[in-house]
Design a protein around this ligand. Sequence first.
Ligand SMILES: [Zn+2]
Length: 90
Amino acid sequence: MHQGCPCGYYTDSRKACKCSPGKIQNYMNKISGPLLDRIDIHIELPALKYKELSQREENESSDIIKARVEKARVIQRQRLNPKVSLTMPR
Ligand SMILES: [Zn+2]
């Protein structure tokens, strides 16, 4: 299910997308113009992860942090871009 980026994990909450913003932009350019404004979401996610990790490392295990980050990713994705919930037909 490739959508949103070359690796296909852009919208997958279980796997982290490793594509660079530039790559994603190129990819989205080929698919759809309106999707371009979603790119800022993608940039936001690594920043969130880093923030979470650096702030909570002292008190929580990496598993808890990971779960929190993944949850945040899902929430953020759905809040900002509900139409890219790929399993949901529009
Ligand atoms: Zn990707």
